[in-house]
Design a protein around this ligand. Structure first.
Ligand SMILES: Nc1ncnc2c1ncn2[C@@H]1O[C@H](COP(=O)(O)OP(=O)(O)OP(=O)(O)O)[C@@H](O)[C@H]1O
Length: 246
C-alpha cells in the first residue's frame, strides 16, 4: 500500500540498494522547485519528487494548490523561478521555447480535461497525429502509426465504425479514450493526465484508469495523474499531496 501522506513514499525509489550497480532510469526529478505567477501572489513551493521509468504518480490537493501549474512546468509550458525540474535528465529551463516544444512532442503524451482533440480530424487521424509530428514517436510506434492507433483504439474499446468519423461525433467518454490513445501512441516516456476522469461515473472512471495504467505499463511510460478524488490514489505507485500556500 502506498503511504497515504504521500511525501515520504516519494522518496522510497531513491533508496537503491548498495549492492545494486544499476540505477533505474529517471523520468522525472524535481528539487527545490518554486513558481510564482505574479509578484502579488505567494510563490508555490513543490516537494521534491523522483519518478523512475514506468512508475506512476498520483497528484492531488485542494483547488488552487498548484496541480495544473506543476503539469505546465512538467510540460515545459512555463519555467520555474528557482530549483530544478529534469525530464529524462534534461533541465527544461535550459532549453529554448522551441526546443521545449520539440521535447514535449518527442517525449510526452497529454490528456487534459477538455481532451484537446483536433475537431475536424477523424478519430484515427487524431491518434496518429503525435507520430506525424515527431519522428522519434513514429520510430517507437508498432509496425506503423496507423497499426498502433488501431491497436490502441481496439484496446480502449472504440468500435471500428467510429475510426473514420470526425472525432467530435463520439461521446464524451469515447473522446476521452481517444485522447488516451493519442497520448500513448509512439510510447512517450511520460504521460500527463489532468483530471481526465472528472466527467465519468465511477465504473467508467475505474475502467479508464485500469486501461490507461495497463497500456502505459506495456509501453514503459510513466504517468502523472491529477485528480481531486483521493479514493483513486491506491492504484498508483506514488502520490504527492499539495497544499494551498498560505
Ligand atoms: N495563468 C495564470 N495566471 C495567474 N495565476 C494563475 C494562473 N494559473 C493559475 N494561477 C494561480 O496559481 C495558483 C495555483 O493554481 P492551479 O491552477 O495550478 O491550481 P490547481 O491545484 O490545479 O487548482 P484546481 O484544482 O482548481 O484546478 C492559484 O492561486 C491560481 O490562481
Amino acid at each position: 500500500m502506498p503511504d497515504m501522506t504521500g511525501k515520504t513514499d516519494l522518496h522510497k525509489e531513491t533508496s537503491v540498494t548498495p549492492e545494486s550497480s544499476v540505477t533505474p532510469r529517471q523520468t522525472l526529478r524535481i528539487s527545490e522547485l518554486t513558481f510564482r505567477w505574479d509578484r502579488a501572489q505567494p510563490g508555490i513551493r513543490y516537494p521534491d519528487v523522483t519518478l523512475n521509468s514506468g512508475e506512476h504518480l498520483f497528484l492531488r490537493g485542494p483547488s488552487g494548490s498548484g496541480k495544473s501549474t506543476l503539469l505546465s512546468l512538467m510540460g515545459g509550458l512555463i519555467v520555474p523561478d528557482s530549483g530544478r525540474l529534469e525530464l529524462l535528465g534534461t533541465d527544461l529551463a535550459g532549453l529554448t521555447s522551441g526546443q521545449r516544444d520539440r521535447f514535449r512532442a518527442d517525449h510526452m503524451g497529454v490528456i487534459f480535461q477538455q481532451f484537446n482533440l483536433v475537431p475536424y480530424l477523424s478519430t484515427l487521424d487524431n491518434v496518429t497525429l503525435p507520430c506525424r509530428l515527431s519522428p522519434k514517436r513514429r520510430a517507437r510506434a508498432l509496425s506503423s502509426p496507423e497499426a498502433e492507433a488501431k491497436s490502441l483504439l481496439t484496446a480502449l474499446g472504440i468500435p471500428q465504425n467510429h475510426w473514420h468519423r470526425r472525432v467530435t461525433t463520439l461521446s464524451v467518454g469515447q473522446q476521452q479514450r481517444v485522447a488516451a490513445a493519442r497520448a500513448l501512441t509512439g510510447a512517450p516516456e511520460l504521460i500527463l493526465a489532468d483530471e481526465p476522469t472528472s466527467a465519468l461515473d465511477s465504473d467508467n472512471r475505474d475502467r479508464f484508469i485500469e486501461l490507461l495504467l495497463g497500456l502505459a505499463a506495456e509501453k514503459h511510460s510513466s504517468v502523472v495523474f491529477v485528480s481531486h478524488d483521493k479514493s483513486l490514489a491506491q492504484r498508483f505507485n506514488h502520490q504527492l499531496a499539495l497544499e494551498v500556500t498560505p
